[in-house]
Design a protein around this ligand. Structure first.
Ligand SMILES: [Zn+2]
Length: 78
């Protein structure tokens, strides 16, 4: 039983997996805005190198139907 997922975004619009957190790569948080997912939509599949140097594939999910309009600014802690 295979259900083909229809990506919501073309590949060039997907976020760079190197910038995503673990929960975002593990389908728990939105890959676009980072909030916890409750209703989600499939964005697309990305390939990246995991912490162990292995090639990995992740399905990215985002808020459905769209990300909240008020989003906490993502600030990098440096
Ligand atoms: Zn979102």
């Amino acid at each position: 039983m295979t259900k083909a997922l229809e990506p919501a975004l073309p590949p060039q619009l997907l976020p760079d997996p190197a910038t995503l957190s673990g929960p975002q790569l593990n389908e728990q948080h939105c890959a676009l805005c980072g909030v916890r997912l409750y209703k989600d939509r499939f964005l697309g599949t990305v390939n990246y190198i995991d912490l162990f140097g292995n090639k990995a594939t992740a399905n990215l999910w985002g808020c459905a139907p769209a990300c909240p309009t008020v989003v906490r600014p993502r600030r990098r802690t440096s």
